[in-house]
Design a protein around this ligand. Structure first.
Ligand SMILES: Nc1ncnc2c1ncn2[C@@H]1O[C@H](COP(=O)(O)OP(=O)(O)OP(=O)(O)O)[C@@H](O)[C@H]1O
Ligand SMILES: [Mg+2]
Length: 240
């Protein structure tokens, strides 16, 4: 259903000693959205992300995913709700082929027959067919990231959370990644944490800017890039 809030952070805080990495954040994500989270280094993006995925137990507040209160739940319990997660740390099996990696992910959630179909579909959707037999450990950085995205997609999540999916990529790889993310968004609501402003322009219309653990502004990319405060805290940092 369109127009429904599918994920909410309510008064969410995550403190590490005196560091308020996430501080009283209220956030809502609507069905089918492709939302980007941006902000300078240390703004709290990954910490916020980890509170959504179960990697952190928030100090205060709650996360609600389709009416389920998930704060304090384990990552695998959140994944079971149909949430696909790609963290900043790579999570592929280097010794296995592209196809085997994707199959393993599909098989984790589906019967063998269905996993086979999903594996083929995913290889096609993410244009990984040509490298299906390649050993993942031998691939270029960008391709490894796409395999990981394939592993997320093969589980058929309705919600996909990605932390810096284009980090360290060449411009060409970034463009491909933007296309793949738009493809994934056809069947899943998404949150993408990202640094690269050009990349964000390619994929998103609504952007949430974090600064010092709080949401500074939430709007379209056009409004955000013209905003004086954003220029100071984020674009200012970038252009230096
Ligand atoms: N496990 C931790 N223990 C202590 N402090 C932490 C921990 N994780 C993050 N922090 C601190 O919380 C703040 C927010 O960090 P976070 O990694 O969420 O920022 P970020 O916006 O993802 O930055 P980047 O763009 O560099 O990935 C920083 O001051 C960081 O040093
Ligand atoms: Mg981060």
């Amino acid at each position: 259903m369109k127009g429904e809030i599918v994920l909410e952070a309510r008064d969410l805080s995550m403190h590490f000693g005196g560091v308020h990495a996430v501080d009283q954040v209220n956030f809502a994500l609507w069905d089918n959205e492709l939302r980007c989270l941006i902000g300078p280094n240390g703004a709290g993006k990954s910490t916020f992300f980890k509170c959504l995925t179960g990697q952190h137990v928030p100090t205060h507040g709650d996360v609600v995913i389709r009416d389920v209160h998930v704060a304090g739940r384990e990552p695998h319990q959140i994944a079971r709700l149909g949430v696909g997660i790609k963290t900043q740390v790579p999570n592929v099996f280097d010794g296995l082929s592209v196809e085997e990696n994707i199959w393993l992910s599909a098989r984790r959630w589906h019967k063998a027959q269905r996993a086979k179909v999903l594996t083929q579909e995913t290889l096609e959707r993410l244009a990984l067919g040509d490298i299906r037999s390649a050993i993942v450990g031998t691939l270029a950085h960008g391709q490894r990231q796409w395999v990981e995205l394939g592993m997320v997609v093969a589980a058929e999540p309705w919600l996909v959370l990605l932390d810096e999916p284009a980090a360290g990529m060449t411009h060409e790889e970034v463009e491909t990644t933007a296309e793949l993310i738009r493809e994934v968004n056809k069947t899943a609501t998404m949150i993408v944490v990202e640094h690269d402003m050009q990349f964000i322009r390619m994929i998103s219309n609504k952007v949430t800017v974090f600064h010092e653990g709080r949401i500074l502004i939430e709007d379209t990319m056009d409004v955000i890039s013209a905003d004086e405060r954003v220029r100071e805290v984020y674009l200012g940092h970038k252009s230096q």
